[in-house]
Design a protein around this ligand. Structure first.
Ligand code: NAD
Ligand code: DAU
Length: 368
């Protein structure tokens, strides 16, 4: 059994987005300290782009007290980063911040290069300056954890799986920018000796996901009885994982992963998009007491995404064999939980959909 790294002060970037907010919620949950062993502090640095919403952590911010600090700012702001590292005894960085939506990257790739590549470089430089001695040697007890995606490996045909040694072959501006950031992180390890771990995960779903990604789009359109857009013929395949299972894996890799290694994370859970949308229709019909055929009748085939990757499938044997990670949330149960979360949180949904959360950010976070 590998010994666990112990962190006291973690900088989470992008902690107000979907996965980052669930990660912070997990680590700051007092009831889970015995499980994950973290009782230190978390700094959340988030630029609050359209995808960042402080409401995702409003309750946590109230309960966590001194264990949590929110900093409104960008990973591209080197002066802010240097100040943060001077102010706080940060011994780990978990880097979630990114532009994350493939469709947006097709319409506007520049923002993806700016945040995912230039921003990651600025963060790495801040880390290098804060965590090295005058002679340039990196401290040993620190860790940079980079959160990445399976999309860096490209697209599979009917057979095969992405493994950690699969060559990178990104095909969208989003995945190309994430691949660049992965290479920069690994380059900082090989060139300067920065201790790091990296994870490449498949499609996440669960509470607080921004309603631009497939699962929340479908749930919210069913609630509003609007068409459910399925790209192409709906036969593209994704591997789905509940967000909590992803975050537990990230944490295990941070605590026990080998320095300088990457780990694939996936759900062994491949679904054709159309089948997934039909399943969501059936769950929603049941939860909302509507007829299945009425809900399925909303499915509408629309123009395909340009360069649409055909199939993703993950081999995460390394994570399972080395660290004993297993996913815990069954897919049907996870989908039902997610559907219920959106139904139970219509205030959050309305704020996001009307854009009211942006006004609230202006009023509350403009000077932080
Ligand atoms: P998200 O879009 O929901 O959240 C991204 C967060 O980053 C937002 O809070 C946003 O405000 C913040 N951000 C953006 N630019 C910033 C900047 N310049 N400085 C500081 N903060 C900034 O994304 P997500 O789905 O939670 O994904 C988080 C990470 O996980 C990303 O790196 C993504 O590539 C990776 N990932 C996502 C999935 C998935 O299925 N969603 C799967 C694998 C990996
Ligand atoms: O694989 C990990 C990646 O998963 C992450 O790195 C990305 O950040 C995340 O956004 C996600 O990328 P996808 O492009 O796979 O997710 P999205 O939810 O946008 O689409 C899932 C599938 O559903 C994809 O094949 C496109 C299709 N789709 C999507 C939308 C939004 C539709 O058919 N209709 C839609 O309206």
């Amino acid at each position: 059994m590998k010994s666990r790294r112990k962190f006291n002060c973690i900088l989470v970037t992008g902690g107000s987005g979907f996965i980052g907010s669930n990660f912070i919620r997990y680590l700051l949950d007092e009831n889970l300290v015995a499980t994950h062993g973290f009782d230190g502090r978390i700094m959340n640095l988030d630029a609050l782009t359209y995808a960042g919403n402080p409401a995702n952590l409003a309750d946590v911010e109230k309960q966590a007290g001194a264990r949590y600090r929110f900093v409104h700012g960008s990973i591209c702001d080197s002066a802010l980063l240097d100040r943060l590292f001077r102010e706080e005894p940060i011994d780990a960085v978990v880097h979630f911040a990114a532009e994350s939506h493939v469709d947006r990257s097709i319409h506007g790739p520049a923002a993806f290069v700016q945040t995912n590549v230039v921003g990651t470089l600025a963060l790495l430089e801040a880390v290098r300056s804060a965590w090295t001695s005058a002679a340039g040697a990196f401290r040993e007890e620190v860790l940079f954890h980079h959160v990445s995606t399976d999309e860096v490996y490209g697209s599979l045909g009917a057979e095969g799986f992405f493994r950690e040694d699969t060559s990178y072959d990104p095909r969208s501006p989003y995945s190309a920018s994430k691949a660049s950031s992965d290479h920069l992180v690994s380059a900082y390890h090989h060139t300067y000796g920065m201790p790091y771990t990296l994870t490449n995960c498949s499609n996440n779903y669960g509470p607080f996901q921004f309603p631009e990604k497939l699962i929340p789009v479908v749930i919210l359109n069913i609630l509003d009885q609007k068409p459910l857009p399925v790209y192409g013929d709906g036969s593209n395949i994704r591997d789905w994982l509940y967000v909590e299972d992803h975050n537990r894996a990230v944490w295990e890799v941070m605590c026990r992963g080998t320095n300088g290694r990457s780990y694939n994370i996936g759900g062994d859970n491949e679904w054709q998009n159309l089948r997934l949308v039909e399943t969501l229709c059936d769950i929603c019909a049941d939860e909302l007491d509507r007829k299945v055929e009425d809900v399925r009748g909303l499915i509408t085939f629309v123009k395909d995404r340009p360069g649409h990757d055909r199939r993703y499938a993950i081999d995460c044997t390394r994570l399972k064999d080395e660290l004993g990670w297993r996913q815990t949330v069954d897919f049907t149960e996870g989908l039902r939980r997610t559907v219920r979360w959106y139904i139970d949180n219509l205030g959050w949904v309305d704020n996001v959909r009307t854009g009211a959360y942006r006004d609230w950010i202006e009023q509350n976070y403009s000077d932080r």
